[in-house]
Ligand binder design. Structure first.
Ligand code: GBH
Length: 450
């Protein structure tokens, strides 16, 4: 493997955190074990045609049973931290009734296991798996779900908040609102623009109120939120394409960052939504604008905007991943530099997800050769180094993902792992990219690794 040569030529702060990331629904399995209730993704997977290979999360990577070996694996790859998410319906089956001690105990064991291996725990509370019982009464469209989420955040804070490094409220609220409630390709599979806007508001409100509740616990953990972001470039230099790019940036980035750090929604996007703009009650915007310690950035590709939607990534000339997403590391540098320029109030930025789906070649030697992924990681980590050199306060970089796993609507066909999973046997095999990542991190911090 031989490390990541482009990345190795960049400078990273000594306290920069190198990590791997997963989410509960994508790896745990054990969908109805030990008192777990169904989530909206358990339900969505049963909807005919919703998932490419008609799969589901019932078994996934069996991480619920294999967590100890998986933590050993993470440690062996040189990761200093592990970003994972908690399944809300595993710790409170209906999102409202009694707390499930078996679920809480599972995550406490996991955190203790991370700490015992000398790593840090980065927790995400909502990586999309809302309790189905809450969906049955309106889900994120129902303002009461905000209160349920704050209760959930407090329960997790009280149970494990004193022994984790970081708590993020939501993962990618844009995806939940847009892909879940407007486009309908993700759970709960709804197609209603006005509902989607209201959902985005409730997600932001629940974030702010959960942060306030967690602050009151005086935990050592840093508190923040994770957003999916891309720089949006106009496809051509025409005024029409430039206007489209500005609107798309408004919907993706400013819609979330402005409330979090400036206390208002962007006026151009409100105008665009017209009657579909969310209902906002007195005090909501102040609640959303709670001081936070970090923003997590999930970056996969750039966005291209053309007024007539004529841009086609297939003809752009850039390499594409197996998802059809363009490989564009410069976009990560631009994104981070522009984010820091526009929102200096965001004190620390992390890349909380970055990686790609690529074909694996299993060699005669049993090794899994994924040179495309190794190169992707190399150039994107270097892109983070370039942002740091331009003054962006970066806290860490987390590979998506540790394991091949349930890739949402794509099922198990798309593999994002730096570790290969043979689903027939659940055997884990570190791919060449995992070994390169390990060697790179070791090379940075030789003393800390042995
Ligand atoms: C993340 O979502 C998730 O947090 C994670 O769970 C998931 O496994 C991972 O990424 C990989 O998908 O169609 O070209 O316009 C990322 C979701 C990906 C949604 C990019 C928007 C737009 C690409 N985002 N996508 S494109």
């Amino acid at each position: 493997p031989g490390g990541l040569p482009t990345a190795a030529a960049r400078q990273f702060p000594a306290d920069f955190v190198w990590a791997v990331a997963t989410s509960a629904f994508q790896i745990e399995g054990a969908a109805d074990r030990d008192g777990k209730g169904p989530s909206i993704w358990d339900t969505f997977c049963r909807q005919p045609g919703a998932i490419a290979d008609n799969s589901h999360g019932d078994i996934a990577c069996e991480h619920y049973d294999r967590w100890e070996a998986d933590l050993d694996l993470i440690q062996s790859l040189g990761a200093q931290a592990y970003r994972f998410s908690i399944s809300w319906p595993r710790v409170r089956a209906t999102g409202d009734g009694p707390w499930n001690e078996a679920g809480l105990a599972f995550y406490e064991k996991l955190v203790d296991g991370i700490n015992a291996r000398g790593m840090k725990a980065y927790v995400t509370l909502n990586h999309w798996d809302l309790p189905q019982a809450l969906q049955d009464i309106g889900g994120w469209g129902n303002r009461a779900t905000v209160d349920r989420f704050v209760e959930y955040a407090e329960a997790i804070g009280r149970r494990i908040g004193h022994k984790v490094a970081s708590i993020a409220t939501h993962n990618e609220p844009w995806v939940v609102a847009q892909l879940g409630h407007e486009v309908g390709i993700f759970a709960p599979g709804l197609k209603d623009r006005r509902l989607a806007a209201q959902v985005s508001h409730h997600l932001l409100l629940s974030h702010g109120r959960a942060v306030r509740r967690l602050r009151a616990l005086e935990l050592p953990a840093s508190l923040g939120i994770v957003l999916n972001l891309s720089p949006i470039y106009p496809a051509t230099d025409t005024p029409e394409d430039r206007a489209k790019a500005r609107l798309e940036d408004g919907k993706l980035r400013r819609w979330y960052m402005d409330p979090l750090f400036k206390g208002h929604y962007p006026q151009d996007v409100l105008d665009h939504l017209g009657d579909d703009a969310p209902q906002v009650e007195d005090g909501d915007m102040a609640d959303i604008q709670q001081p936070i310690d970090f923003v997590g950035v999930n970056y996969y590709s750039r966005g291209m905007a053309s007024a007539d939607n004529s841009f086609d990534s297939k003809t752009s000339g850039l390499p594409l991943t197996a998802m059809g997403w363009e490989v564009y590391p410069q976009g990560l540098t631009d994104l981070l530099v522009w984010l820091h320029r526009d929102y200096p109030e965001a004190k620390r930025l992390y890349v909380t997800e970055n990686g790609g789906a690529f074909p694996d070649v299993v060699g005669a030697d049993g090794r899994v050769h994924d040179a495309d992924r190794t190169s992707y990681l190399d150039t994107h980590i270097a892109a983070v180094g370039d942002a740091i050199a331009q003054g962006v306060p970066m806290g860490g970089y987390m590979v998506w993902s540790l394991l091949d796993n349930f890739e949402w609507a794509s099922g198990y066909e798309k593999r994002f792992g730096i570790v290969h999973v043979d689903y027939a046997t659940q055997k884990r095999t570190p791919k060449d990219s995992a070994l390169a990542f390990r060697d790179f991190v070791r090379g940075l911090k030789p003393a800390a690794q042995d």
